[in-house]
Design a protein around this ligand. Sequence first.
Ligand code: ATP
Ligand code: MG
Length: 649
Amino acid sequence: MSSQSLYQVPSDIANNALVNNDQYKKMYQESIVNPEGFWREHGKRVDWIKPYSKIKQTSFDDHNLSIEWFYDGTLNASANCLDRHLEDNGDKVAIIWEGDDAAEQRKITYKELHADVCKFANALRSQGVARGDVVTIYMPMVPEAAVAMLACARIGAVHSVVFGGFSPDSIASRVIDGKSKVVITADEGIRGGRKIPLKDSVDQALSNPDVQCVEKVIVLNRTGGDINWVEGRDIWWESIMDVASEHCAYEEMNAEDPLFLLYTSGSTGNPKGVLHTTGGYMVYASMTHEYVFDYKDGEIYWCTADVGWITGHSYMVYGPLANGATILIHEGVPNYPSPARLGEMIDRHNVNILYTAPTLIRALMAEGKEQFDGFDGKSLRIMGSVGEPINPEAWRWYHEVIGREHCPIVDTWWQTETGGILISPLPGATDTKPGSATRPFFGVQPALVDNMGNIIEGAAEGNLVILDSWPGQMRTVYGDHDRFALTYFKTFRGMYFTGDGARRDEDGYYWITGRVDDVINVSGHRLGTAEVESALVAHELVAEAAVVGYPHDIKGQGIYAYVTLSRGIEATEELRLELRQWVRKEIGALATPDLIQFAGGLPKTRSGKIMRRFLRKIAANEITNLGDSSTLADPAVIDTLIETRLNKA
Ligand code: ATP
Ligand code: MG
């Protein structure tokens, strides 16, 4: 790494940060040498009803799996997000909400949010929901989505949020998996100027004869649009809220009682139903939120993720609300009605901390910097990225255009399974390198192993594993503990296997190279997808790229690149040649793409991640059995790619 690409911690940030570099090193060391002592202290950051005396009972041995934290303590997650703030901060704004149409604005204080959650918790009880029941939430991005989650937590029900863009089949399979008795939805959602027929999708899902468990559907009136109504089953949100009391005692939950169930994005296959519990999760989500974003009391924090993803759980709802933050919730998409929307919202609400995903950054990049001519951005202090490796070119663009070159970027690596951020810079402590998630959070022990499971030391590349538990870790795959053991603990005995590959540089910084399954083997050399993709994206005419391997007679695997060009750029043979030369120059001859297919769009999950498993099949000309496509955002993209594929041999 050349020193040019090192971005030093700005001194004003370092001087005022929660931790500087020396403090990070000291705390990290402590957390590894004496995890019991470290977490005994930091577990106190949440309010316990009965304090814990036990800290940690964990084993990654797949025959003797155990993951328990603070396990004799009791608490309530909703009380930690609400009640604890009432005395000093009741009138502080908890949620600023902006509609898809910016003319719609709402502000909700902690006191008001507490009252709404209590009422809805009582309303849920009135509909027969009890402690331990699974409640499915299929909502638009409105404050009521957070109210529904917190109300479940208050009465000890387990929420299972399903992203509001999923199909009836996906809802049905998740409802069945959780044996959910109650579904909470809205008549319609609004995103990017379009109405989304949520209730209609729920109706279709429940008409599936395999769905027998659902007794009640609670419907929020969001648009007043026409919907079908099933007497006896369907109930208006408003009708049960109106009669509910504002007083609702919270349930005393054990630290290891389930808090929620949530499915992974489905990038690599059939989504896994991840179960998180209460105590460790709350400690970890709130602590990472505070340290990774260097959150300061009074700051306005905006996470653009949908509540249907883990990011929306840990860093829109539980983490920031436990810390008493003011969160901005946006109903729509940050590049509608124009790419300028993101900047307008930052300025309008004086956002201090922004947390978003590479897919959005690349989309904005392709539109050109001019879109941000009117953007001021003075309020912005810290910016985060999550979901995929961020290409260095996109990182620099984010830093320059949105961050006005003064905001540290935290590239946060983590998973639905990990509950919270595991590898990330801390704004006041970590000099950053574009494309690197840098160093582990407190208590996290990443390691690289070869394919035999031997730990590799020093600067190296390998399979990314975690050696010991952290409090936010998932506890099981819901209803399938064997799958949990098999997926995460059997590949490398005694270690948690992430499924991702990584490189560690001479400074000990981690660089995620992509999914291990996506590694390309060219003439015996292993290449991560991220590196080749980043080289392509670094070309000024390229907006986005996805790279996969395909069978090649001589090399074993050839490199097949799918490339989306920036707006208005024409795909020509010359450009194809130029891009091949470009990658050769940037990385080396070995990485030169054999085939480049220009693509108007790439297949993505609904959370915006590139789905290489389809691209691999198309590149290999295996187009008959593409596999589970339920989490695919736009199926039409696949058809176009198949038609214009280059390897028809
Ligand atoms: P599935 O597990 O169903 O295939 P998924 O892995 O995409 O889906 P998530 O839990 O939403 O589901 O995503 C976690 C994955 O996202 C990580 O394993 C990693 O591959 C990728 N990821 C997340 N953040 C980063 C990051 N900052 N840098 C690189 N990769 C990241
Ligand atoms: Mg995954």
